[in-house]
Design a binder for this molecule. Structure first.
Ligand code: PEP
Ligand code: MN
Length: 340
C-alpha cells in the first residue's frame, strides 16, 4: 500500500503513521516528494491487515493498493495461457471456439432444429437457458427442469457439449448432472455465495462480466471461483451499462484487450447481449476477434421472431453458416485454431 500525505502533514503525523505501519507488520519506506510525502508499506497485503484505515486520518490524502486483489487469475501468477477443454473443444492459448444456441430452451424440436443448423458449421458447444434471469417477473422464466431434460436429450442425440446458466444455488446439482459447462450471468457476477457453490461443482464456468462491474471486479469474481477450487474459468465480456441507448449494452472492447493482459484465463465475447440487435452481431464479433478474444458465445434461434426471450438479437439459425463464414477470414488471419 502507498499512503499519500496531504501537503501540510507535519513530521510528527507522518512519524505516527510510519510507527503504526511497522506495528501492523509492514516495513515503512518514507519518500519525501516536492509536494507530498508518501510512505510505501512493504509487505503482503493479503496476510497483513489492510492499511485502508489510514484514509480516515485528516492529514492523509489517499491510500493506494500496489498489489492486485486477484492472484490466481493473474498473468503474474501464471504466464502461459490457460487452455480449457470442454469435451474435446479447446478454448484459449490460440484455440478459438464459437459457442452458440438460443437464448432459452423452449422445446425439444426448437433445440433439434437449431443444433441441426449450426453443428455443420463446426459448433460443438451449445448454449441455452433453462433457468432464466429475467428483468421482469412477468417474462418467460425458462422451462427449468423440463429444459434440462431437453438438453440431456440433445446431448445424447447429437453428441454435443452444453452450457447453461445457474441462477440459484438450489439448482446447481441438477444442472451439473447435465451441463458440461456452467454459466454465471451478468446479474449474478458478484453473487459471491453462488460463485463459491458453483466452483465446488467441478465444472468449467463461463463468468459473464457484471453490467456495472469494473474489469477488476470481474477478475476478482474469477478469483472467487478459483480460490474455491474452479481452475477452469472462461471470462466473458457481454457489454456494460452506459448512457448509450443505440445498443442494449456497450461492448467494452478495451476490457477484452485488458483482460487478455491481466489474466491467463480465456476471454470470450457475447456480442448478442452487448448489441441486443442482429445487425451488429457480425461487426462486434469481428471486433472481439481482432481484440484478441478466444471465442464467442452467440444467440441463434430457428424462428427468432417467435422466441420466448431476446427475440431481437438472435441470428436465425439458417443464417448461422453465413455468419461463421464471414468470421473465418479474420479467425485465420489471427492464426487461431478452430479444429477439435
Ligand atoms: C444469457 O447469456 O442468457 C444471459 C442472460 O446473458 P447475461 O447474463 O450476459 O445478460
Ligand atoms: Mn438472451
Amino acid at each position: 500500500m502507498i499512503i499519500v500525505f496531504k501537503h501540510n502533514a507535519t513530521a510528527d503525523e507522518i512519524k505516527s503513521v510510519s510507527d503504526m505501519i511497522e506495528k501492523l507488520g509492514y516495513e515503512p519506506r518514507v519518500i519525501n516528494g516536492v509536494e507530498h510525502t508518501v510512505i510505501g508499506a512493504i509487505g503482503d497485503e493479503k496476510i497483513h491487515r489492510s492499511l485502508e484505515v489510514f484514509k480516515a486520518f485528516p492529514f492523509v490524502e489517499d491510500v493506494l493498493p500496489i498489489q492486485k486483489r486477484y492472484k490466481l487469475a493473474s498473468r503474474e501468477f501464471k504466464k502461459k495461457d490457460t487452455v480449457i477443454n470442454i469435451g474435446g473443444h479447446k478454448i484459449g492459448g490460440g484455440h478459438f471456439q464459437i459457442i452458440a444456441g438460443p437464448c432459452s430452451v423452449e422445446s425439444l424440436e426448437q433445440m433439434q432444429n437449431v443444433v441441426r443448423d449450426i453443428m455443420p458449421c463446426g459448433i460443438g458447444i451449445i448454449r441455452g437457458g433453462t433457468y432464466k434471469p429475467r428483468t421482469s417477473p412477468y417474462d418467460f422464466q425458462g422451462l427449468g427442469e423440463a429444459g434440462l431434460d431437453i438438453m440431456r436429450q440433445i446431448k445424447e442425440e447429437f453428441n454435443v457439449q452444453i452450457t447453461t446458466e445457474v441462477v440459484g444455488v438450489n439448482h446447481i446439482a441438477k444442472i451439473a448432472e447435465v451441463a458440461d459447462c456452467l454459466q454465471i450471468g451478468a446479474r449474478n457476477s458478484q453473487n459471491y455465495n453462488l460463485l463459491e457453490q458453483v466452483a465446488a461443482a467441478g465444472k468449467p464456468v463461463i463468468l459473464k462480466r457484471g453490467m456495472a462491474s469494473t474489469i477488476e471486479e470481474w477478475l476478482s469474481a474469477a478469483e472467487y471461483l478459483m480460490v474455491h477450487g474452479c481452475s477452469k474459468v472462461i471470462m466473458c465480456e457481454r457489454g456494460i451499462k452506459t448512457f448509450e441507448h443505440a445498443t442494449r449494452n456497450t461492448l467494452d472492447i478495451s476490457a477484452v484487450a485488458i483482460a487478455k493482459r491481466e489474466t491467463h484465463l480465456p476471454v470470450i465475447v457475447d456480442p448478442s447481449h452487448a448489441a441486443g440487435r442482429i445487425d451488429l452481431i457480425l461487426p462486434l464479433s469481428l471486433a472481439a476477434i481482432a481484440a484478441g478474444a478466444d471465442g464467442l458465445i452467440v444467440e441463434t434461434h430457428p424462428d427468432p421472431i417467435n422466441a420466448c426471450s431476446d427475440a431481437g438479437q438472435q441470428i436465425p439459425s439458417k443464417n448461422f453458416a453465413a455468419y461463421v463464414h464471414d468470421l473465418q477470414v479474420l479467425i485465420n488471419a489471427m492464426g487461431l485454431k478452430t479444429e477439435k
